[in-house]
Write a protein that binds this ligand. Sequence first.
Ligand SMILES: *Cc1c(COP(=O)(O)O)cnc(C)c1O
Length: 379
Amino acid sequence: MNDAGNAGAVLRVDLGALAANYRTIAAQVAPAAVGGVVKADAYGLGAAEVARTLEAQGCRDFFVAHLSEAQALRPVLDRKARFFVLNGLLPGAEAACAAADVIPVLNSLDQLGRWSAQASLLGRRLPAALQVDTGMARLGLSPEDVAQLAAEPQRLRAIDLVLVMSHLACADVPGDPTNAAQTAEFERLSAYFPEVPRALDNSGGSLLERPGHFDLVRPGIALYGAAPQTGRPNPMRPVVSLEARIVQVRSIPAGKGVGYGMTFHAARPSRIATIAVGYADGWPCHLANRGSVFIAGQRVPIAGRVSMDSITLDVTDVPEEHLFPGAPVELIGPHQTVDDVARDAGTISYEILTRLGHRYARVYTPAPQVAEPKRSVNA
Ligand SMILES: *Cc1c(COP(=O)(O)O)cnc(C)c1O
């Protein structure tokens, strides 16, 4: 990893804002508990740092996609932490999953059968979560599977069922009728397992105005500061900022082409600044000639294509005093949110975050140990 002095850009992760977002969701969904979704390296922010911060806020349940992600995080957290593997139990992974002391989210009767066999082999009950499909058609037992399981309860004899869950397809659109339909279907299917705690809501679901949020919620993106719902003000605090520095500035005459394919042509005598961030750092190629950055608070358009390691900017309208090698360039920050970048690139904030590169210097601002001060300056 680079240090801030020689990296092309500095990625700052505000763990205080992360902690504040956790508390915002906790207040919203109480008395339901809040787990943390830390899959994909905590959406690119650093799973160990993020998980430790959430744990200090009282988070006990952590959701990852892969067994390997749980295995990597297990030693970082207290033994009391529970790890749920959302992708479930791949054939052949049973022994490793049991040895890692993690909880597979069983998504089919086949997975349930293999986990039960592993329990028999070990001579003890094994913990599991059960996912039911309430309409998204991605993962989980179908309603028919659930009915079959209810008729054959001995299939669960070797299993300690700790959670029944499902996932919302449209929680980012509060008015979408799918939300109510899936919630009703979840009520119906989870009723087959009356004593077992229930979890339905991701970030968007946690903010839906409905009477309850079941026993546990599973936010990811909201913790990391991006907007959990479309068409509404974002109630979360920004967690990520990204600042590059100017490498070189040049003057070009009107008509001159810039970058690969010469896709930008100067309409007037222009100034071009180059920064050391490119698509290998996760900055999308789709931002060619349409994305922006900010210099001294002023919007600056990207000129030409995004290269692997650099981007060219049309800085013609920026006062010369801000244009020198090493001058700061805001890619994500007070003037441009992760959601803004995603919109310009025609993608979603999740993709921008999970692609954040590994060549940035990463600076973690620690969460205050005691009472949080009010919004900090860079929030
Ligand atoms: C990724 C994921 C989440 C978190 O979703 P966000 O929209 O980031 O809050 C929750 N539950 C499941 C099953 C997921 O796959």
